[in-house]
Design a protein around this ligand. Structure first.
Ligand SMILES: Cc1cc2nc3c(=O)[nH]c(=O)nc-3n(C[C@H](O)[C@H](O)[C@H](O)COP(=O)(O)O)c2cc1C
Length: 332
């Protein structure tokens, strides 16, 4: 594409559509007016401006119903919505009389109303307001910020999207390692194992990650190659080194329809597990822990990477689990 020349020829609607190609997160920015009435709107113009001092910016449309409140406030709050909060994104993008009715929230300082369960949150005081075209840029000095546990909601091309199923789950900074995908497929308390016909050993279905336009696509293709049908992954359960050069990322799945069982692809209950014929000690650890944890339906991620060969529980929650109001706080 040629470098842009002059802006007057740019159709505003087309400009908006073109900008929509730039993926963003989604925030709800809130404040109170002089009468104490709360105001809030969905905004994806949120961006960081400066690290020291910590500054962020948002652009508020002059036509927005809450414009007057944001043009006079001294404090405001920004909640970065979690992937399960699409309903709030829509609600706060709709001109309603009572946007906050029934919405779980906390208010750290008057005007900085934060929505519970958000992926991240900021309490800001107004640093500067800049008149820019049909918007006003609100620059906020960050007084406090906090991290939630939810994955953030994304927005691109006018649609919301979720990141948690579509990202490489764990990064491996060791060059030259091949990432394999393993499947912990559960059905009625049984786990699907596949047998290596050459050695007779059993293991979770494991194979190289297939191609795909997104990580979710690649995972689905991999499941098809390994088990003859597409299986939707639920979450990453474990990452283990299974050889000198291969690391396996294991996903838990509970498909409605099971892959066709054969002599070499079978479901095993805990008591029938071929423990002594498992291909790798990490497979045994994963399976033993899984059977333990599924009783409470609370899972951690297990890592067994590198020379130490240690299996460590790093988080006793479902990855990306949404926990209303639970923030990991980092005040500036
Ligand atoms: C994903 C998304 C992002 C938005 N981002 C902004 C924004 O950054 N600034 C803005 O003024 N409006 C933005 N809007 C539109 C406002 O949310 C919308 O106009 C809303 O009705 C404003 O609420 P109000 O009229 O009650 O103030 C966005 C809407 C959506 C769906």
């Amino acid at each position: 594409m040629d470098a842009p020349t002059g802006s007057t020829r740019v159709d505003p609607l087309f400009f908006r559509r073109t900008m929509g190609r730039f993926p963003t997160g989604v925030t709800v920015v809130t404040t109170r007016d002089a009468t104490g009435r709360p105001w809030g709107m969905t905004a994806n113009s949120f961006t960081s401006v400066s690290l020291a001092p910590p500054l962020i910016s948002l652009c508020i449309d002059r036509k927005a119903g809450s414009f007057s409140a944001f043009s006079q406030c001294s404090t405001f709050g920004v909640s970065v919505l979690g992937e399960n909060q699409q309903d709030l994104a829509v609600r706060f993008a709709t001109p309603l009389d009572d946007k906050f009715g029934g919405v779980a929230k906390v208010e750290e300082r008057p005007g900085a109303i934060l929505l519970s369960g958000a992926a991240a949150a900021f309490v800001c005081t107004v640093h500067t307001r800049v008149d820019l075209g049909d918007h006003v840029m609100l620059i906020g000095a960050v007084e406090e910020c906090s991290l939630g546990r939810s994955a953030p909601l994304g927005y691109c091309d006018g649609s919301f999207f979720s990141l948690s199923g579509g990202e490489t789950p764990l990064e491996d900074d060791r060059p030259g390692r091949q990432i394999l995908v393993g499947w912990l497929v559960e059905h009625e308390a049984k786990i699907l194992l596949s047998r290596d016909t050459a050695t007779g050993e059993w293991r979770l279905p494991v194979g190289p990650l297939q191609g795909g336009s997104t990580m979710s696509d690649a995972l689905r293709s991999t499941s098809h190659v390994l088990m003859g049908q597409v299986i939707e992954p639920e979450f990453l359960y474990s990452a283990i080194d299974i050889s000198e050069s291969e690391t396996c990322h294991v996903y838990r799945a509970r498909p409605g329809v099971l892959p066709r069982q054969t002599a070499d692809l079978r479901l095993f209950a805990e008591e029938d597990m071929p423990w002594r014929e498992l291909s790798h000690s990490s497979m045994e650890s994963i399976l033993r822990r899984y059977f333990e944890e599924r009783v409470s339906d609370r899972f951690g991620i297990y890592l067994n990477l590198g020379a130490a060969g240690r299996i460590a529980q790093i988080e006793h929650e479902v990855p990306w689990a949404d926990h209303a109001g639970n923030y990991e706080r980092s005040a500036s």
